[in-house]
Design a protein around this ligand. Structure first.
Ligand code: ATP
Ligand code: MG
Length: 253
């Protein structure tokens, strides 16, 4: 890895999508994404909103190497991830991308610290080193006293904080979150959003899907999706990073 998230050069964007389309073939084809072009600079914080079925999760999955566009290109931290072999995509996903899901997706039999350390197992990091790192990360999300709890022994908000710590284990270039507050109450959701605010302040690049306007307003801008396309980008006037993400179609290209 080339330095911490905050040190990465601004020259390459955290994410660049060019004319990305994804169609699912299920009887009638479903055009989940249609010619989406979008640039997210390093250190930017972007929310994605839109009606159910508008393509939000598909967008995140295509960026996060969980799905592959049918056409167009996706660059993450300057590297094209479309066209990589499955093995290389898995490596990019493991090293460059931290994913946070609505349903937490923790391993039920592992403790909090083992869950957080898991991404480092695949990188061949020694057990002592990775558990040290996991405990540091759990400390940073306020869970220093829950390191040996299993997911079933944690509240929803605590589970999501474990999931965020896990997403940070490899110091990824990009954090992707798909409705991270969707399964927790409003008050707990606010503490999760405080955590994302802190991560942004530390220089992490964040892309977060939400249905809630108040959640989206934590970001620098909101990308509104409609029927698989970018309907509009709303600038929120929060802290602006260097450069501004743009819907490249509007730039006369
Ligand atoms: N694996 C799949 N196979 C077939 N169709 C799919 C698949 N995944 C998504 N779709 C379809 O693609 C469209 C976009 O789905 P997507 O999950 O991206 O929507 P979303 O904006 O995340 O919606 P929600 O707010 O409900 O989570 C939907 O019409 C959905 O039914
Ligand atoms: Mg979704």
């Amino acid at each position: 890895m080339d330095g911490t998230a905050g040190e990465r050069a601004a020259s390459t964007a955290a994410v660049q999508l060019s004319d990305v389309s994804r169609t699912y073939q299920r009887g009638q084809p479903v055009h989940a994404l249609v010619d989406v072009s979008l640039t997210l600079p390093h250190g930017s914080y972007t929310a994605v909103m839109g009606p159910s079925g508008s393509g939000k999760s598909t967008l995140l999955n295509c960026i996060g190497c969980l799905d592959t566009p049918d056409s167009g290109t996706v660059h993450v931290d300057g590297r094209e991830v479309t066209g990589l072999s499955d093995r290389d995509r898995a490596r990019v996903r493991g090293e460059e991308i931290g994913f946070v899901f609505q349903t937490f997706n923790l391993m039920p039999r592992l403790t909090a610290e083992e869950n957080v350390a898991l991404p480092l197992v695949f990188q061949g990091v020694d057990r002592d080193v990775r558990l040290d790192r996991a405990r540091d990360l759990l400390d940073s999300v306020g869970l220093a006293d829950r390191t040996d709890h299993r997911p079933s022994e944690l509240s929803g908000g605590q589970r999501q904080r474990v999931a965020i710590a896990r997403a940070l284990a490899t110091d990824p270039a990009l954090l992707l979150a798909d409705e991270p507050t969707g399964n927790i109450d409003t008050e707990t959701g606010a503490t999760i959003m405080d955590l994302f605010d802190d991560l942004r302040d530390e220089g992490h690049s964040i892309l977060l899907v939400t249905h809630e306007r108040t959640i989206a307003e934590h970001a620098d801008r909101i990308v509104h999706l409609l029927d698989g396309g970018v309907e509009r980008i709303e600038e929120l006037g929060n802290r602006q990073p260097e450069g501004t993400p743009t819907d490249d179609r509007t730039e006369g290209s």
